[in-house]
Ligand binder design. Structure first.
Ligand SMILES: [Zn+2]
Length: 537
């Protein structure tokens, strides 16, 4: 077998559903280059460029050495030369670099090997995280080439770059020689391959570790102080974590609570949390929406009625306040309460007793009231629509729930939870979101808050055609949302946004201008005119 016969199809083994991936029989990981790049940057920042270079060089060397060994056993090479040459091929197949062999003239003093490395991931990541370098930086890959070839030849072979993309050269160029063939100017580079400097590394790392430990302890203390939300609640954002903390603390004291926030933010869930974590948790949590019914009917619903109190009151009935005796009542949409009932509610809160409709007897009750509103009650008080005394009675403690757009960290965890729930209801398992969907969910402002998110995901689970929710499964409003102008911290000129959007639409339609124009709802001629204006061909 010759080195160029190596093919990714035969080297890579994986299950389509993921799990263990094997590369040339060894367990392999599919790693994001940027992630590796940030680890590399972290190393540089933590232990300094010198030490980081040594660590990465030896990491690469060990990797190369190991792969050379498994390649020797796994493939029937025509010759040792083919096996050695397979190293470059391997680095290309791993996606590290694109290797072009440079055939140096066969003359005395010529290097053993020389290659051009194009698109080095390491140079790319260095430029990305650290910026332009003064000297070549493909340390890991040089280490790997050295390890691989040293194992094959059983000699000390070192590869160093004399050109590197990260240092401003057009491509990286690397040369490999025996240790003794490198001139004295390279001798100080051998130390990166040697472990002697490990002591120094360890001393420095130990110092850093102490520092990290100290920071960890601080973090731990902070984490311990963080409230723990019940398992069925999705709370990732700082804002919501704070709300849950307040609710849990308030739960322990028997004060009346007013929960404020836009429609659909989950006020009832917080009210229930206040009940569940209170000493009244053993009793029922009675929820009533004051916006749903009005007048006498609501009054009798809340306070009960005597037999014959009004037409249809054929028998005596207790109200929700009495039913909630010893426990908690949740009054949603308290801002919708009419003036007459506001007076009666105030009396109930002040006197701690109720009078059924058509009955003069006062009955003592022991009920904790949690009210909620999506209205600005302060304004309603100013306008004379809501009694000021009742407002202050209710608002002993106020918990303000932030809208979903102000706690973006909760959007995706919530969406995934709703997808699981909806999938289970639909009798399917593991409905996932594509990254595009996740992106779009974050882009949309969610005016209807958590409820709208839940409905949208339920909708997507129902209409989806495969095991994954794609962008086309989302409700139209969500699908069409464009990034809010402030998301990048700056407002871009409309013309520029339009150009980018149209170019993206063209790409999505495989550059079919007719199809793109149709999707954009503009004429083909208009599209051409715009493209000409921007000089887009
Ligand atoms: Zn390089």
């Amino acid at each position: 077998m010759r080195y160029h016969d190596l093919h990714l199809d035969e080297l890579l083994r994986f299950e389509p559903t993921g799990g263990i991936v094997r590369y040339a029989r060894e367990r392999a990981l599919i790693l994001d280059a940027v992630a590796l790049g940030s680890l590399r940057k972290e190393l540089i920042d933590t232990v300094g460029q010198e030490v980081a270079r040594g660590l990465l060089t030896r990491f690469g060397f060990a990797h190369g050495w190991r792969v050379a060994e498994s390649f020797e056993q796994d493939f029937p090479w025509d010759s040792e030369h083919e096996w050695t040459r397979a190293g470059g091929r391997l680095m290309q197949l791993l996606g590290l670099v694109v290797v072009e062999n440079d055939e140096p003239p066969k003359e005395p003093g010529a290097p053993l090997a020389a290659s051009y490395w194009k698109d080095s991931f390491e140079a790319e990541q260095h430029l990305l995280h650290v910026g332009r370098a003064e000297k070549p930086v493909c340390w890991t890959i040089c280490g790997m080439a050295s390890g691989y070839v040293s194992r094959c030849t059983r000699e000390e072979i070192y590869f160093f770059e004399d050109k590197c993309e990260a240092a401003g050269d057009a491509v990286c160029h690397v040369v490999g020689r025996r240790r003794e063939d490198w001139g004295p100017e390279h001798h100080n580079l051998f130390r990166y391959f040697e472990r002697e400097s490990m002591d120094a590394v360890l001393a420095r790392v130990a110092e850093k570790l102490k520092e990290t430990e100290r920071r960890l302890r601080v973090r731990e203390r902070q984490t311990r102080a963080r409230p723990k939300a019940p398992p069925d609640m999705v709370v990732k954002s700082e804002a919501m974590t704070a709300v849950v903390g307040i609710a849990q603390r308030v739960a322990k004291v028997d004060a009346t609570v007013l929960i404020t926030g836009e429609s659909g933010v989950g006020k009832e869930r917080i009210a229930r949390l206040v009940h569940d974590e209170s000493p009244r948790a053993g009793g029922p949590f009675i929820a009533v929406n004051l916006g749903a019914i009005t007048g006498t009917l609501l009054e009798s619903e809340l306070f009960g009625h005597a037999k014959g109190a009004f037409t249809g009151a054929s028998r005596e009935r207790i109200g929700l306040f009495e039913a909630a005796n010893g426990s908690t009542i949740f009054l949603d949409e308290i801002g919708d309460l009419g003036p007459e009932l506001q007076v009666k509610m105030l009396r109930v809160l002040q006197e701690r007793e109720v009078r059924r409709v058509g009955d003069n007897r006062a009955r003592p009750i022991d009920v904790r009231v949690v009210a909620a509103t999506n209205k600005e009650l302060v304004d309603a008080v100013k306008n004379g629509e809501f009694r000021e005394d009742l407002y202050y009675r209710l608002r002993v403690v106020e918990i303000a729930l932030p809208p979903l757009r102000d706690r973006r960290d909760d959007i995706l965890p919530l969406a995934r939870k709703f997808a699981d729930v909806a999938a289970e209801r639909a009798g399917v398992k593991g409905v996932k979101l594509t990254p595009e969907v996740a992106d779009q969910l974050l882009r949309y402002p969610w005016p209807g808050n958590v409820r709208e998110l839940e409905n949208s995901i339920e909708y997507a689970v129902v209409v989806r055609s495969g095991p994954i929710i794609t962008i086309n499964d989302l409700p139209e409003d969500v699908r069409r949302a464009v990034a809010p102008p402030m998301s990048g911290g700056e407002i871009r000129p409309l013309d520029e946004v339009e150009r980018d959007y149209i170019v993206a639409a063209l790409a999505a339609k495989d550059d079919n201008r007719r199809a793109a124009a149709e999707a954009l709802g503009i004429g083909v001629a208009t599209l051409y005119r715009k493209l000409r204006k921007w000089g887009v061909s």
